[in-house]
Design a protein around this ligand. Structure first.
Ligand SMILES: Cc1cc2nc3c(=O)[nH]c(=O)nc-3n(C[C@H](O)[C@H](O)[C@H](O)COP(=O)(O)O)c2cc1C
Length: 169
């Protein structure tokens, strides 16, 4: 099977925890790329990609992703299939819940990438989110602070969905 790239920072706790679970559900067939040492070359090495993007600073990307954005704006993502998961806190930050997913999704689409892995926003309580498109999140929203017990179930379901939506021909 062609390797799928799993991009997240090793220096996170909850994102790394979710990434480990995602990897398990893919029977460890993913290749981990540490976002803190990301280059244009290793970002472009995979057709199917999973990005771990949490939200920090009231609706912004974590620093380690921010630093890569200027390079990302020069990369052609045509033909790439991208799924985004992100941690947030709907009670603590209801006006910016998982905005990071939405910020990254916009960038990926602007560069020609195709997004997959949309999920229902039902069962969450928040006021606004840049990750919303209609009734759906344009990725997988995880909230370890308020819905920890649901995280693994959501991941399992999402991975089943990705196995169908990724381009594996
Ligand atoms: C200073 C700070 C700002 C945050 N801002 C947001 C936010 O705007 N939206 C959101 O959904 N979560 C926000 N969070 C919650 C984090 O996204 C959440 O704790 C997440 O689990 C962090 O995952 P990570 O440590 O793997 O990056 C914030 C947390 C902190 C500490």
């Amino acid at each position: 099977m062609e390797k799928i790239g799993l991009f997240y920072s090793c220096n996170t706790k909850k994102t790394a925890l979710a990434a480990k679970k995602i990897s398990e559900e893919f029977d460890h067939k993913l290749e981990h790329v540490n976002v803190e040492s990301l280059t244009e070359k290793n970002f472009s090495a995979y057709r199917n990609m999973i990005l771990g993007v949490s939200t920090w600073f009231d609706g912004e990307l974590p620093n380690y992703w921010d630093e890569f954005i200027p390079a990302l704006e020069d990369i052609d993502l045509k033909g790439k299939v991208v799924a985004i998961f992100g941690n947030g806190n709907q009670k603590g930050y209801p006006e910016n819940f998982v905005d990071g997913i939405g910020i990254m999704a916009d960038l990926i689409e602007k560069q020609g990438g195709r997004l997959v892995g949309f999920t229902s926003a039902k069962g969450y309580e928040f006021e606004s989110s840049r990750a919303l498109r209609g009734e759906q999140f344009i990725g997988l929203a995880l909230d370890y602070e308020n819905q920890a017990a649901q995280v693994n179930v959501k991941i399992k379901k999402w991975v089943e969905q990705l196995k169908k939506e990724f381009d594996m021909e």
